[in-house]
Write a protein that binds this ligand. Structure first.
Ligand code: G3P
Ligand code: CA
Length: 321
């Protein structure tokens, strides 16, 4: 066979092979270097994120743009947040999309478009129906954080927010990857709903398909979901959300194989943050909007802070991108 190949053909084949290798190496930009502190213990892979407190835009920069939309993500990116957090829900036809509440009516015009479908539970609407809804107009009308009134949102931005759609999880992750960014995927508890059986595996499959495992932290208040994440892909970092203090956070994390403890700010003291961090785990705290608390948590070496005001946290935390 080799004898049949003339020298020029072999050179040509070698060049084609080289070009293919270079293309494969450059077509997706690799995730930025990941660092964490202190070094993980043998069985514990600490969330590899940052050597200083991460600025995590809660549901995007939701004080300046409608929550859980790509507009809020773009705003957070523009501010220089290290990552964004968003909530994942499941539609009636099993599609994953971004929404915080169980119902669609607080953040969309669903009452207007589907008046006969009260109480507008999100899992009773198909993705096609959800995509008809406007998830931006309510923000402009209600100005929930009074940032439009304060002149922090330009009239052009407000105009653009009207008609904003609920992104699918695929769109949210593609946005994250395209911008060389990071995301915290919070899987909303689907217990009692049809989505419960497969939501975790669907999220992980998409994370794997889009090759963003090194850019995401998956969290949930439903801790059995975190175990399912690890079963599906042990390389994905997970965070245990708690609204009240867990009696033994370290035991909880070890039991779940999780990397991070994600407590409500009211459920943790700075000394506890230090203690957990010293054991090689991460601590991401929600939702902190006031500057003095941000400062005290940065000082306590919190791994990250979820905030509706990434613009306030920005000067207090490092740029870790
Ligand atoms: O992940 C932190 C925070 O988002 C959890 O609470 O209710 O805002 O989703 P919630
Ligand atoms: Ca959330």
């Amino acid at each position: 066979m080799t004898n049949l190949m003339t020298y020029p053909i072999r050179i040509m084949l070698t060049l084609v092979l080289l070009a293919l290798l270079i293309a494969a190496a450059t077509c997706t930009s690799p995730a930025p270097p990941l660092v964490s502190q202190p070094p993980p213990k043998p069985q514990e892979t600490a969330t590899p994120m940052c050597t200083r407190t991460l600025n995590i835009a809660h549901r995007g920069a939701r004080s300046l743009a409608p929550e859980n939309t790509l507009a809020a993500a773009a705003k957070a990116l523009e501010i220089g947040a290290d990552m964004w957090e968003f909530d994942v829900a499941v539609s009636a036809d099993g599609e994953l999309f971004l929404l915080h509440d169980d119902r669609l009516d607080r953040t969309s015009n669903v009452r207007e478009l589907f008046p006969g479908r009260a109480p507008w539970s999100s899992h009773t609407f198909t993705l096609a129906e959800i995509r008809q809804l406007d998830f931006g107009a309510w923000f402009v009308a209600l100005d929930p954080f009074k940032q439009i009134a304060a002149g922090k949102v330009s009239p052009q931005e407000s105009a653009r927010y009207r008609g904003e759609k609920a992104p699918t999880l695929r769109e949210a992750l593609e946005f994250t990857r395209q911008n060389n960014w990071r995301a915290n995927i919070e899987i909303k508890d689907q217990r009692g709903k049809p989505g419960d059986a497969t939501v975790v595996e669907k999220v992980v499959a998409l994370v794997d398909e889009l090759r963003v495992a090194d850019r995401v932290l998956i969290s949930s208040f439903n801790h059995s979901y975190l175990e399912r994440v690890k079963k599906a892909n042990p390389a994905i970092a997970t965070g245990a959300l708690v609204s009240t203090p867990d009696p033994d956070p370290l035991a909880l994390l070890r039991r779940l194989g999780a990397q991070a403890y994600n407590p409500n700010v009211k459920a943790i003291e700075p000394a506890e943050v230090r203690r957990i961090r010293d054991q090689g785990f991460d601590v991401f705290i929600y939702t902190v909007n006031d500057e003095p608390t941000m400062r005290s948590l940065v000082e306590a070496r919190a791994s990250g802070i979820f905030t509706d005001f990434p613009q306030t946290l920005k000067p207090l935390s490092a740029d870790c991108r």
